[in-house]
Design a protein around this ligand. Structure first.
Ligand code: FAD
Length: 835
């Protein structure tokens, strides 16, 4: 057995096998896969094999799309038939809200190029007469997906991998990882059978691997312990049952092709045909998490006992939907562990704090995702970046605050939410509140309805006491919309206070800091006391992180980045600093996120409110343009609260960010609210802020800004200093401008705004794949223009003000026009206002 390899994959389920295959196909030789038992003996063997296209995430939709296309090619390459039955997938809707959900999803499907068809209840009845349709509103059909044999597709990928030189070794368990400084020493133990259990033998070897990928499925908690990191992937029980043949189905099949997979999302199940009978797969309530610390040795390719009572409701609803299934008996049942993560997305990408260690854990649709996962992860490993932005799957989207109980409870919630209505304004309830800013209770008393960002509770909007946020959610304008309108107007007309405590904050000090940041970021560094907006790039030249940098002293910088990405940004900075310290000199990085609270005070009255509180020898001029110009920062005293005030406003109005000691937050909050009481100061949530920033064309990280576009494509040329050398510069220039970020004013349906997932089409031609010219990445309502607004990416030749396009919303096409950047107050007169 080889002991020196370029890449070692740990785990021979569908996911690990695909990664091994794609690394070899991508050109890496010396790829080895180790499996502690047999290939597919984890969750893979008992999966139902469904390959649903339907997914609300852009990255995951790409992954699923690749898998489905790739699996269709495997037989020709390997001679092994993976058992792909392209039977189509019919997703039914019992309510208009569900149809709205499908229409929003259809937009995402169009942006990815996934085919679909709409069916009315009578279309369904005509084509699939076994389905009861009286209580349906309609359905969306994916004609090109279906199901596959999970074991066969894994074996086909394994064969393809072997043909490309991958070594696959079974019965070897990885037991320890040690990073030597330039490679991993991986201790592996030969596993043997004893009394039906799989146990370690005395035979051990060490494998030297340049890169390691863990794809250990249900064993991810053991993997986490071995690596000394946290991996919030914990399995949940998932059952499906198989019925005896249904005579009605058998008869229908005599003159029809195989029945499409059925999904009755409102009833929380999928059903597919299986040897003349049906497989019912429910996503029921109360499925428990399992293996939160480890998988017992005795659990191999095993199952849990069936819990029929738990799925009774779903069973009855299958009988309702397919009446002929009432009389057929049960033939078989499966209850296996299915890995989940708190948000349902896998954990895919570089491991936190470690070099050349890649995680591919937490797959709940691992058969569907395996192909694309292998393809895009191999791109990332071989070329440095994948062609799609993988940030939403990155393992570092969870920080070190994550615990076992949190992961268990969130994963159970996520499982039970598979088929709920996925409103874009959804907020999930489990494990909350957990991380709260000190002023949480005060904001709650003012009617705050909270969302969560990186675990922090952050107000989305404020509404009268007793307001039911759950009932207010919608695919159109939800019940909260009017409150956000009021808040957005308050900022444009008087003043608003936004809690931005969740911002990620780092302080970098030391003799190497200036040269490091100059290399690390695209913009010129600010002078002492000034700030700038700047970007750190990936090695592929795309945007990795956006920073607001405050230069606090010659060698001291305060870096502010997006709240959702604390661990992701910290890891990137730490690794880059460690790499560059020898070249640039000593530096110390501190994550001060939870030391400072942040309030953003914005609006025409912001200065007057602060003037009441500021303690300064000359308070009359302390906040003037002369003494406190736009884009500068100062340590000020707001009565008894020492505050670093930064003159910026993400809303496009006169404003300051007030970074304050978190332990004084309540004091400052009370002072500000009191000072603003007669000046129209209104607490404002994240939703209104999101609308306002689009009126100013301010790009947001995670939507307009990500690893699939460069800052030049994002239209941020003014923050990129091409006269200096910086990380990723030549790669950025080589990429050119593939698409361009624009802002659009949209004449939408009147009861809905775009969410930022919609496809954009040419205005003067029928909508179709050939006339699709881009997609929205953000959307909302503009109080300044009284219409919908959005931001997105379009073909570069179209990115000129005045271009008319169409946007797909709720199944129809609506007029959209590209505006100048910053359609509201393009000269920044409001922000720069003196006083
Ligand atoms: C009842 C049920 C139905 C399902 N239906 C579907 C479906 O229809 N469609 C779909 O897409 N998904 C489905 N799934 C989910 C799917 O099974 C999983 O997402 C998928 O199998 C995950 O694959 P994996 O490779 O990540 O993990 P696994 O298949 O669990 O593979 C991990 C492997 O790693 C090995 N391993 C672990 N630790 C070590 C170590 N230290 N050293 C060496 N080897 C190690 C394990 O032995 C195991 O073989 C279903 C799951 C269940 C339970």
């Amino acid at each position: 057995m080889k002991t020196h390899v370029k890449a070692l994959i740990v785990g021979g389920g569908a996911v690990g096998t695909s990664i091994a295959y794609h690394l070899a196909r991508g050109g890496w030789s010396d790829v080895m896969l180790l499996e502690r038992d047999e290939l597919t003996s984890g969750s893979t063997w008992h999966a139902a094999g469904l390959l649903p296209y339907f997914n609300m995430s852009y990255a995951t939709s790409h992954i699923h799309d690749y898998s489905i296309k790739f699996y269709k090619t495997l037989e020709e390459e390997t001679g092994l038939n993976p058992g792909f039955a392209v039977v189509g997938n019919l997703r039914m809707a019992q309510t208009q809200a569900r149809m709205d959900e499908y229409m929003l999803y259809a937009s995402t499907a169009e942006t990815v190029g996934v085919p679909y068809e709409w069916l009315s209840p009578s279309d369904i009845k005509d084509r699939y007469p076994l389905v009861r349709t009286e209580d349906l509103k309609g359905a969306i059909l994916h004609p090109t997906d279906g199901y596959i044999n999970p074991a066969d597709v894994t074996q086909a990928m394994a064969k393809g991998a072997r043909q490309r030189g991958v070594m696959i070794e079974r019965r070897w368990q990885v037991d320890a990882y040690y990073w030597t400084g330039d490679h991993w020493d991986v201790t592996c133990t030969k596993m043997v059978e004893k009394g039906g259990n799989l146990v370690p033998s005395d035979e051990q070897i060490t494998i030297h691997a340049e890169h390691v990928v863990t794809a250990t499925g249900n064993h991810s908690q053991r993997t986490a312990r071995l690596l000394g990191i946290k991996i919030p992937a914990i399995p949940v029980e998932h059952q499906y049952i198989v019925t005896e043949p249904d005579p009605a189905l058998v008869e229908w099949r005599a003159s029809n092709p195989e029945h499409p997979v059925l999904r009755d999302a409102d009833a929380k199940w999928y059903v597919r045909e299986e040897r003349g009978g049906w497989i019912l797969g429910p996503y029921e309530q109360n499925a428990p998490a399992r293996f939160e610390y480890a998988v017992p040795d005795s659990f191999r390719a095993d199952l849990f006992p069936l819990d029929l009572e738990r799925i009774e409701e779903e069973y009855m609803s299958m009988i309702h939907r397919i009446p002929s299934s009432e009389t057929v008996g049960l033939k078989d049942d499966y209850n296996g562990p299915i890995c989940y993560t708190p948000d349902g997305n896998p954990l895919l990408g570089p491991a936190p704090g470690l070099r050349n260690m890649w995680l591919a854990e937490g797959f709940s649709f691992g058969i569907t995702a395996a192909g694309g996962t292998g393809y895009y992860l191999a791109q990332q490993m071989i070329e440095g970046e994948a062609e799609i932005d993988m940030a939403s799957l990155d393992p570092k989207r969870y920080g070190s605050w994550m615990t076992t109980e949190y992961a268990m409870r969130k994963n159970e919630e996520c499982y039970s939410h598979v088929f709920i209505l996925h409103h874009p304004d959804e907020e999930r309830e489990a494990c909350r509140p957990l991380k709260t800013a000190p002023c949480y209770d005060r904001m709650k008393a003012l009617g705050a309805q909270f969302g969560q960002v990186n675990g922090w509770e952050r107000p989305n909007y404020f509404a009268p006491q007793g307001f039911d946020d759950h009932a207010a959610r919608s695919f159109r304008r939800g019940g909260w919309w009017e409150h956000s309108v009021t808040e957005a107007k308050a900022i444009r007309e008087a003043a608003g206070l936004i809690d931005a405590t969740a911002f990620t904050k780092h302080v970098l000090t030391g003799p190497g800091a200036t040269r490091f940041l100059d290399w690390f970021t695209t913009n010129k560094l600010p002078r002492v006391g000034r700030i700038n907006l700047t970007y750190a790039l990936t090695s592929a030249g795309t945007t990795r992180t956006e920073y607001t940098i405050v230069r606090q002293a010659e060698d001291q910088y305060y870096l502010v980045s997006a709240g959702a990405w604390q661990a992701y940004d910290a890891d990137f900075l730490q690794k880059a600093i460690a790499d560059k310290m020898p070249e640039f000199g000593p530096m110390v990085l501190q994550d001060v996120t939870s030391q400072y609270g942040v309030f953003a005070l914005a609006g025409p009255n912001a200065r007057a409110i602060l003037a009441k509180l500021i303690r300064d020898p000359e308070p009359g001029t302390a906040l003037s343009n002369k003494r406190f110009p736009w884009l500068s920062a100062k340590d000020i005293e707001l009565k008894m609260c020492p505050t670093m005030a930064i003159r910026v406003a993400y809303t496009g109005e006169l404003g300051w960010e007030l970074h304050h000691p978190i332990e004084m937050q309540n004091y400052l909050f009370d002072q500000l609210m009191e000072a603003g009481a007669d000046l129209g100061l209104t607490p404002v949530g994240a939703r209104a802020q999101n609308w306002l920033r689009q009126e100013k064309s301010y790009r947001a990280f995670g939507t307009e800004l990500g690893r699939d576009a460069t800052p030049l494509e994002a239209g941020l040329d003014r923050f990129v200093d091409l006269s200096k050398d910086f990380h990723g510069k030549s790669a950025m220039e080589a990429l050119g401008i593939r698409s361009k970020c624009v802002t659009l004013r949209i004449d939408g349906p009147g009861d809905a705004d775009p969410w930022g997932r919609e496809a954009l089409y040419l205005a003067d031609a029928p909508a179709g794949p050939d006339t699709k010219v881009g997609r929205l990445t953000s959307g909302g309502y503009s109080v300044a223009f009284g219409q919908s607004i959005g931001m997105g990416y379009v073909r570069p030749d179209l990115a000129v003000p005045g271009t008319k396009l169409k946007v797909r919303m709720l199944g129809e096409l609506w007029d959209a026009e590209i505006t100048e950047d910053s359609p509201y107050d393009p000269s920044n007169a409001a922000i720069r206002k003196d006083g």
